[in-house]
Every structure is written in C-alpha cells, then in structure tokens.
Design a protein around this ligand. Structure first.
Ligand SMILES: *[C@@H]1O[C@H](CO)[C@@H](O)[C@H](O)[C@H]1NC(C)=O
Ligand SMILES: *[C@@H]1O[C@H](CO)[C@@H](O)[C@H](O)[C@H]1NC(C)=O
Ligand SMILES: *[C@@H]1O[C@H](CO)[C@@H](O)[C@H](O)[C@H]1NC(C)=O
Ligand SMILES: *[C@@H]1O[C@H](CO)[C@@H](O)[C@H](O)[C@H]1NC(C)=O
Ligand SMILES: *[C@@H]1O[C@H](CO)[C@@H](O)[C@H](O)[C@H]1NC(C)=O
Ligand SMILES: *[C@@H]1O[C@H](CO)[C@@H](O)[C@H](O)[C@H]1NC(C)=O
Ligand SMILES: *[C@@H]1O[C@H](CO)[C@@H](O)[C@H](O)[C@H]1NC(C)=O
Ligand SMILES: *[C@@H]1O[C@H](CO)[C@@H](O)[C@H](O)[C@H]1NC(C)=O
Ligand SMILES: *[C@@H]1O[C@H](CO)[C@@H](O)[C@H](O)[C@H]1NC(C)=O
Ligand SMILES: *[C@@H]1O[C@H](CO)[C@@H](O)[C@H](O)[C@H]1NC(C)=O
Length: 798
C-alpha cells in the first residue's frame, strides 16, 4: 500500500509537471519521503542559502514596533541572512555593559496588536514562498512556558505550579491550547517546555521548572510536548543540559558535576521530553558544566544527543548565547569577538542554529567553508536537521496556519481555555497545614482578605507580556465571586511587598478583628518580560537570585499582627519557589501554597478555600527550613543526610545545641510529594504483578488499594511509587520516584490503583559508565509523599 501510494504521488507530480511544462522539484512533493525531500532541497541550496537557514531573524526588522508599519526592504534585508527562523513577537533590545562587554538584553513581549503580528508573519512567509528562489518557509518563534507570550492570550500558572498538579492529562491539554493560540496568529514554534530541575532554590528561575525530580519533570515535559506538537506547533525543549544548578545560585553561573550525575540526574527529563515525546528542537543552555560551555559541548550535543539518543532535529543557541563563548567563557578572543572561532566551535560541537541577541557569528560560514576551515558536511548536517523539522511539521504544505481574523477571539483565550487554566491551577494548589479543620471556609459570616499579594495586581511569574499583572482574577476577586452576597469581605493590603513599612498594619488588624476568619496572602514576586529587565524590584525570575528564602519586608510581621488578633488566620503563600518561614506551620490556622497563579488564580484559590474543590496538589519541590540547608531534594545519594541531633533556638530564647545542625535541622520543612486533602486516604497492602523479572522486561506493575475514608467528600490522591535499589555497584539515590497516578476516589470508596514501573528506568550508570539494570532486589515504596510511605514490597531482577 505504501509503495502504491508513493508511486501515485510521483505520477501525480509528473502529470502536473507535464501539464505545466515545468518540473516540480521533489522537495515540494508532500508525498515524497522526508529524507528525499531534505536531500533534494539541500542539493539546490547555495552556501548563502544554507547560512541564512542557520541564523534567526526578527519580525521587528520589517515591522515598526510602535506603529505596526511594514518595511519591505527591512524584510528583504532580514531574509538575506536570517531566513530559517524568526522571532515572531516584539523584542526590545536594551544594552547594558558588564565587565566591559556589551550584553544584549531582550525585553520580549511588548503586547503589540494581534493583527500586526499576524499580518507581518504572513508577509514574511509569502515573501519567502513567492519571492525567493527555493521558497522555504520559516519557523516562526515565540515563548510559551505557561502560555503563548502575546497580549491577551491565556496565562496558565507557572511551571513550578502546574508541576504540583501531577496531572499529565491537563498539562497535555494545556499544550494543545497554547499551540492553538500561537497558531491562530501564525506562530509555529515555541521555546518550551523547561525541563531543568529545581535543585538550587536560590536560583531565580526555579518558577520556570516543573520539579526537583527528573522523573516528574520528564512526565510533565513529555505531556506538554505531546500536547503542543499534536497541532504541528513545534516544541523547543530547554535548556540543554544541567543548567539550573549554578554556582551560588547565580543565573548563568558555572555548574559543577560529573558524568554520572549528569546522566543520572540531569538528562532523564530531557530524554523523556526530547526522544520519547519527539520534540522537534532543543535550546542549548548558557552555562558551562564541569568546565565545558553547553554551546560547545561535543559530548552532550553530539556523543550523547545524536550518537546515543539518535536525535535527528536541530539545536539552537539561547539569545546571545553564542557570543558568550568568547565574552564570558574566554574560549576565544572577545575584543574584537572572534566570530570565526565561535562559528567553528559551535557547529562542530553540534549546535545547528544561532539565535539573535549576539553578533550573528554564523555569517562567517561561507568564508570558513571557502577557506577550508569548516567542512561543508558540518553545515549540510545542520541545515538538514532544520529542514527535516519543517518537512515533518508540514510547513511547506501549510506555511501559514493562522486563522482568519474573525475567528481570533473564539480561538484565543476562549471560555474553554479559561476553564482549563482554572482547573489546572486548582489542582496545583497544595494544602500544607489545616489545624482544627479551619478549611474549608464557610461562604457566610465575614472574611478578612489581607496582604500585598491579595489584590491590586496578578502575581504572575516571569514570561508574561508587559502589564499582564492588570489582567486576571486576584485572590480578593476570586473570594468575592465565590461568596457572592452571602458573606462580608473586609479587605486591607496591610503592607507593600517591597517594604518594611508597617503603616498599613492597623487597618489590616481592624479588618481581621471584625471578621470570623482572615486570609492573608503573601509571598515572592516576579515581573513581566518588560519590567524584569528594567531593574525593578522582584524576588524571583530570570536573573533575580536570592541568598535568603524567607519572606521579605513587612510580610512576616503582618502575619504575626493578624495572628495576634486571635482571629483564625489562613496564610496563602503566593510564590515562585519555597519560602522558609517555618514558624507559619503551627502559629497559623491553615497554610496553603499556591505557586504563581494563572489568570484564573483567584477563582482557583477560592475553589480550594471554600471546598468546592478538594485540594489534590503535591509539592514538586521540597521545602527547606533555611537557605543554609540546601540542597534539600529528597533523592539524595545513599550516605547523604546522615544526621545526629538537631539544635534549635527555643521560643524563650534558650539555645539548644545539636550537631546536624548545631542550631538547625537538615530535614525538609515539607518533603517532596507532600500535600494534604480535606479527605484522608488509607492505603492497603502493596503488591507487584511479578516478584521476579528480567532486566529486559518492559515493566512491572504495582498495585495498591486506596480508600477515601471521608464519608461525605470525594477526594483526589496522588499515589506515588518510589524505588530503591537495595544493593548497587555505585552509590545511587536513597529512593527515586518511578511512577505515580492521580486518582479521584469517591467518598467512602476504595480504588485499586495500578501503576507501571518501566524497568529501563531503574538502572544505574556503572563504574564503566554503562547504563545497566543490575540483578538484585529492589524495594518499592508506595505512599502519599516521598516520606509518608504507606506500604512496600520487593521485586527481584534476575
Ligand atoms: C516607528 O514608527 C514611529 C511612529 O510612527 C516613528 O516615530 C518611528 O521613527 C518609527 N521607527 C522606525 C525605526 O522607523
Ligand atoms: C527599513 O529597513 C531598511 C533595511 O533594514 C532600513 O535601512 C530602513 O531604515 C527601514 N526603514 C524604516 C522606515 O524603518
Ligand atoms: C515580491 O516582489 C515584488 C517585486 O519586488 C513585490 O512587488 C511583491 O510585493 C513581493 N511579494 C511579496 C509577497 O513579498
Ligand atoms: C487586550 O485587551 C484589552 C481589553 O480588551 C485591549 O485594550 C488591548 O488592546 C488588548 N491587547 C492586545 C495586545 O490585543
Ligand atoms: C501535521 O503535519 C503532518 C505533515 O504534513 C500532517 O500529516 C498532519 O495531518 C498534521 N497534523 C495536524 C493536526 O494538522
Ligand atoms: C518597587 O517597585 C515599585 C514599582 O513596581 C516601586 O513603586 C517601588 O517604589 C519599588 N520599591 C523599592 C523599595 O524599590
Ligand atoms: C508543628 O507542630 C507539630 C506537632 O507538635 C510538630 O511535629 C511539627 O514539627 C511542628 N512544625 C514545625 C515546622 O515546627
Ligand atoms: C526555655 O526553653 C527550653 C527548651 O524548651 C527549656 O529547656 C528551658 O527550661 C526554658 N527556659 C526557661 C527559663 O523557661
Ligand atoms: C530478595 O528478596 C527476596 C524476597 O523478599 C528475599 O527472599 C531475598 O532474601 C532477597 N535477596 C537478597 C539478596 O536480599
Ligand atoms: C516495609 O513494610 C514493613 C511492614 O509492612 C516495615 O516493617 C518495613 O520497615 C518497611 N520497609 C521499608 C523500607 O519501608
């Protein structure tokens, strides 16, 4: 059948060719195999055509970013050198000077009108198809880690938030919605997901990651890629690889680690999102790992990615990431920048496409090839990888997937997208404490809503467009909407997030005193993609790193003042990373973690506070008690966290000395996987379908009965499966998540939960750096968090 269909395609082409009198090139035949199309097209390209595929253009070269005016000669000039990909949203460039180097900073996401974007993308694709000899359409790129980065598109909650949902299906649906919204304006590639890990909590970009855990990050990343690419919008998985553990937690700093750590900890989430989900591109990171810049790392980019994993698509640098080879890493002369050296080192290491924001070093390709310093095969390989993506996405057949303008409002930020944002958000909220069943709240009486994050702006994370904070449902809005006219709401801001000023406390205390309960919303804050780079204050986000994770300014004292009124106080932490105010656990009546919300954040919070939704979020990252306890991830290697007595300062001021630590405790405040429900769940005994397996088997299935003991309330539990390798040939994690299932269990009912563990996931990198599943016993730990293990069993690998 395949052969017949293929022949038919050829016949049709020949027929068309005969009729038109011209031969249609093979690469334009949608029915020809992709590899033949790539080869055919490559054979027709000049060296300049090839170079132009490998550098990123920018829509602002032909669209005036303040008037929207089109500049045809700007378009032509852009495409001469940068025709393969272009940035399709507005980028303001600012320059700042660091250690004598010009560092280009991108202020992305100025919210220009949709029609400017759509029209100017269309003009570019039309130009490329009609007015260039080969007619190769471009990949049109934008950002999308929690929503398509354009004004008024749907804003989902931050990655660290939806990582806590443990809901693969909803994440996949989110990927589809983001793809649809991007495609509606003609954008066909997004720089997402981030599958870096939250293992260094001082680092500002924790909010952009899903989890500290590679398995969970891999599953969430996989679901995102599947959702996005199901619409033929291509995903660019970032930041390859091992980026998020910089020295001192400082953005883009060097990362220390060895080969085994790279492979055991940092690579699995990438492999899952890239290889298993089939992501069509990868972004290389800014850092160096063990002394090798990620952009020039032949080992990861070629030996691992291509030779071991068999990856056929392209890798792109991050903005300005190519120049860093000389300017920051000093692997070449920087004054003037040795563009030839950058080009040679990057291309031969396995980078294919250069993003803007730097010197466009790849313009040296033609002269380097001519002088014999760069092998044309290296260039051809890079171009082939990009073309392969374009053919597989169907870009030549459908270069402009945008919807007609009349449909934009039904496709972007429609009711279905808002509902999804709310559902995902409410499933991401983690209930940390609930003393005396303070929650859920009643929709009657009077409720004080207090705190700088309660109202006045949306506490979004980074990667939202300029002034997004004025669009969305705040906690106060959500609470008001939930109670309608049935309860009195007393609102007071209490303090500014950035200040020690306590002048607003009296008003807040008054609001609390006349209420039955107080909800205080505090936390960290980030900035939109314009403000982030303008030097404004923030406590999280890209290039905003902390050396203290406690609440900033008057926020802690504000909570104390409210608690002191004696009115039951519910604290909501609205943040982009864990905070370390451990005193909140037992001094407040309830404690709720809502990582940076979606545009429906206030409604989602109200769903949980009033019990319209029974909380089901579980921490995707461990909470330390103090910044000095870092790192705090649960999957420390055997021999780690071996502790004696812990010390502390008693509330009466007495110093009680211990040894690990002298005046502290290295255990997490809240562990990975933790989160309460309004229901309680009982676990039955744990079993596996086979107690003896072979290393070549594909999976073993764990079963456990879980009962919702609450007789009146349906509940949702995330059943977690951790595996520990009893005896291994190298030091392995004490336990590691290898499966989970989020299950809805009706009131009083029991469900049998079956969770497969992939046998390929329980191997280790042995002393010869080979990946092996070793014979021996493996303990399966099943529970409600990484520490709250409710049952176990063993299986043996023969
Ligand atoms: C863009 O348009 C504005 C307003 O019409 C004008 O002032 C500005 O000079 C234009 N920018 C460029 C680069 O042409
Ligand atoms: C149009 O683009 C050309 C080429 O980049 C540039 O020289 C010219 O200044 C631009 N014109 C306007 C009005 O922006
Ligand atoms: C193609 O080139 C012609 C002649 O320069 C120009 O008039 C036309 O607008 C161009 N078409 C596109 C789609 O850019
Ligand atoms: C977003 O919506 C607001 C309100 O309808 C409108 O004023 C603004 O122009 C829109 N922005 C974009 C980029 O569409
Ligand atoms: C994606 O593109 C491929 C290749 O052209 C095509 O077969 C497929 O139907 C497209 N999928 C969607 C959802 O448009
Ligand atoms: C923080 O930034 C806001 C603007 O968002 C500004 O009004 C305020 O004065 C700043 N405060 C400090 C202490 O920097
Ligand atoms: C809160 O109190 C409980 C019960 O006394 C105790 O086990 C727990 O350690 C306390 N939590 C914190 C963070 O102090
Ligand atoms: C202070 O607290 C410590 C630790 O709980 C206790 O041992 C000590 O007796 C207390 N001291 C006073 C003066 O109450
Ligand atoms: C492995 O587990 C089996 C079943 O629990 C047990 O009988 C056996 O002794 C264990 N083997 C080792 C080496 O611990
Ligand atoms: C496994 O469960 C048994 C009781 O069912 C318990 O005694 C044992 O400590 C558990 N083992 C682990 C490693 O949790």
């Amino acid at each position: 059948m395949i052969v017949k269909g293929f022949t038919g395609g050829l016949l049709l082409v020949q027929l068309v060719a005969a009729v038109s009198g011209k031969s249609t090139p093979l690469y334009k035949d949608a029915n020809a195999p992709v590899e033949q199309r790539v080869k055919d097209l490559l054979g027709r390209m000049t060296i300049d055509d090839k170079m132009a595929q490998l550098m990123q253009g920018d829509i602002t070269n032909w669209m005036n970013q303040t008037s929207g005016a089109f500049n045809y000669s700007g378009l032509v000039t852009n495409m001469e050198m940068k025709a393969g990909t272009f940035y399709g949203i507005v980028v303001f460039e600012a320059f700042n000077y660091f250690q004598g180097f010009i560092l280009t900073i991108f202020l992305v996401g100025y919210p220009v009108a949709w029609d400017w974007i759509a029209d100017n993308i269309k003009r570019a694709q039309d130009y490329l198809l009609q007015n260039t000899t080969l007619g190769i359409p471009a990949l049109v790129q934008s950002e999308g880690i929690h929503g398509f980065l354009v004004g008024n598109a749907t804003i989902f909650n931050s990655p660290i938030a939806y990582g806590c949902s443990w809901n693969k299906e909803l994440v996949q649906q989110m990927g589809q919605v983001i793809a649809r919204e991007a495609q509606t304006l003609g954008v066909n590639q997004l720089f997402a997901p981030v599958v870096d890990l939250a293992r260094e909590l001082r680092y500002g970009r924790v909010e952009e990651t899903f989890s500290e855990d590679s398995y969970l990050a891999g599953e969430i990343g996989y679901s995102y890629v599947k959702g996005l690419q199901s619409k033929n919008v291509s995903s660019m998985v970032k930041h390859f690889a091992g980026f998020s553990n910089p020295e001192q937690g400082l953005n883009t700093g060097p990362v220390h680690g060895g080969e085994r750590e790279l492979r055991t900890t940092w690579l699995p989430s990438f492999k899952r999102a890239i290889i298993d989900a089939g992501a069509w591109s990868i972004m290389a990171a800014y850092h160096s790992y063990d002394g090798i810049p990620a952009v020039s790392d032949y080992h990861t980019l070629t030996e691992i990615l291509r030779e071991e994993w068999g990856y056929d698509y392209f890798v792109m640098t991050d903005a300005g990431g190519s120049d860093r080879l000389c300017s920051y890493f000093k692997l070449c002369e920087s004054k003037p920048l040795d563009m030839a050296s950058v080009t040679e080192q990057l291309l031969t290491a396995g980078i294919d496409v250069e993003m803007g924001g730097g010197s466009f070093n790849f313009q040296k390709i033609p002269e380097l090839v001519k002088s014999g310093k760069l092998d044309i095969d290296t260039v051809n390989t890079a171009v082939s990888r990009l073309l392969r993506v374009k053919f597989e996405m169907g870009l030549f057949e459908n270069p402009y997937p945008a919807a007609p303008e009349t449909k934009w409002h039904s496709l972007i930020n429609n009711a279905e997208a808002k509902q999804l944002a709310r559902d995902l958000d409410k499933e991401s909220i983690v209930l940390l404490e609930n003393h005396k069943e303070t929650l859920p709240l009643k929709k009657s009486g009077s409720i004080a809503v207090i705190g700088p994050m309660a109202h006045g702006f949306m506490n979004y994370g980074d990667y939202v467009v300029y002034q997004s904070q004025y669009r969305g449902v705040t906690p106060l809005d959500g609470i008001k909407a939930a109670v309608g006219g049935n309860a009195q709401i007393n609102y007071a801001q209490g303090c500014e997030r950035w200040s020690n000023d306590e002048a607003g406390f009296d008003e807040a205390v008054e609001a609390a005193k006349k209420s039955d309960v107080a909800v205080v919303v505090v936390g960290t804050w980030s900035r939109d993609q314009m403000q982030l780079w303008q030097g404004l204050n923030a406590t999280t986000g890209e290039h905003v790193d902390e050396d203290d994770l406690a609440l900033v300014g008057a926020q802690g004292p504000l909570i104390k003042a409210i608690v002191d009124t004696g009115v039951p106080t519910v604290v909501v932490l609205s943040s982009g990373k864990p905070v370390t105010d451990t005193w909140l656990s037992n001094t407040t009546s309830a404690l709720v973690q809502q990582f940076y919300p979606s545009e429906q954040g206030g409604n989602a919070l109200a769903d949980v506070l009033f019990g319209d939704y029974n909380p089901s979020g579980k921490l995707s990252v461990s909470f330390p008690r103090y910044v000095g306890d870092l790192p705090i991830f649960y999957d420390y290697l055997n021999s780690g966290r071996s502790i004696g007595d812990s010390g502390y300062e008693a509330s009466n001021g007495t110093l009680v000395f211990g040894h690990q630590y002298v005046l502290g405790n290295p255990l997490p405040w809240y562990p990975f996987g933790y989160g309460k429900s309004y229901s309680t769940f009982e676990y039955g005994s744990v079993s596996v379908d086979r107690s003896t397996i072979s290393a070549s088997d594909s999976s073993v299935t764990v079963s456990v009965d879980v009962t919702n003991t609450d007789k009146s309330r349906d509940g949702t539990e995330v059943v977690q499966v951790y595996v520990s390798d009893d005896i291994a040939s190298v030091v392995v994690p004490n336990r590691a998540l290898k499966g989970f299932e989020k299950v809805v269990i009706p009131a009083g009912k029991t469900k049998t939960v079956k969770i497969p563990i992939r046998i390929e996931d329980i191997g280790l990198w042995n002393t010869r750096m080979q990946y092996v599943v070793e014979p021996g016993n493996f303990t399966v730990l099943v529970g409600s968090s990484s520490e709250d293990i409710r049952g176990n069993t063993t299986f043996t690998v023969r």
